[in-house]
Design a protein around this ligand. Sequence first.
Ligand code: PMP
Length: 408
Amino acid sequence: VLPQIPPCDFKPEPYQVRGLYLRVTYYKKPVFINQGYMQWLWDVDGRRYLDLFAGVATVSVGHCNPKVTETAEKQLRRLWHTTAIYVYPQMQEYAEKLASLLPDPLKVVYFTNSGSEANDLAVLMARLYTGNFDVITLRGSYHGGSPQATGLTSNADYKYPIPSSMGCHNTMCPDVFRGLWGGSHCRDSPVQTIRECSCSPDTYQLVREKGGICIADEVQTGFGRTGSHFWGFQGHNVFPDMVTMAKGIANGFPMGAVVTTAEIARSFGKGVHFNTFGGNPLACAVASSVLDTIKEDKMQENSAEVGTYLLTELAKLRDKYEIIGDVRGKGLQIGVEMVKDKASRDPLPPEAMAEIFEDTKDMGVLIGKGGLYGQTFRIKPPMCITKNDADFFLAVFNQAVQNYMERR
Ligand code: PMP
């Protein structure tokens, strides 16, 4: 049963705000959202959309998920905040719940308000613990928008023509579709980068041999999204020394965390680490309810089931259309890479991407766009979507690609 939608008095004139929002919304006419419920969003005109982007994998268990919302409401009447000097049961309870989901010895939890902050804190701790300064991330990656995290990020769209943080080196992403060498040869690149920056991975091993530690950024991939496992790093025989998380952690309520080992945490104990809002009782209560909801409502299992179905069906579309170059992902973290043609693998130009994107939205489905050339459609829905929703999207996307092919 869908909730009643209160009318929205604010009727924006889209073109007045176009300059401000266009780059953000990607759409010709910005989509003004008025309400959300689970996998659905409604705009100010009452149009309903199936949300397959979820604020970039942020709305993990559904917009205004009733269980999480009820928990938030109760906590709002009890306690919102303290100074960071006191402790309160919600933080204790949540830290224990979260740590129980990570392998030993990842048991010490720090709370932040965002992914950027979590990555900043992780890099600071890594530097203090190892005594090394250089950090290596993958080319094409996004790790946040703070001055430090902009250095970790390797995508010009998110950079400005000023120096970002020092000591950040970006190495080849093992991209088997578009990578320079593709496949297993990508192992050479981190080795080369390590030599180039004379500091410090199979990638983890190499980093450790050089006195480094390994950080897994699970801001998008954590909390059951990849289906087969709770964390993205799992299933690959790697054990990070630190895990950073945010976004889906609290279903869209601002929160982030770093989980690390007691040994690494000790090196951080010399100063006072203070974060006014990090881990406040409301955020912890919401995040705790998100963990319960993922488990009770079998959302990780759903990610595996619906995600695998989507990947299988999208692969059929890839075989049908010359402009769908690659379909990849795991669970409900999916990329559909669009190309001019399969032989050249040249990225589908932005205007063509925009046409398919716009058409998909006009038929009622919101997806994302990304990639170094803006060539990849991104699908990372709330983990409550059903097989029927997937079928609806597949029909819409098929139609949008077909429309484009007929027009060009
Ligand atoms: N890491 C990854 C992988 C992300 O996707 C993001 C956000 N897109 C961040 C870090 C930064 O998180 P936030 O926007 O909460 O600072």
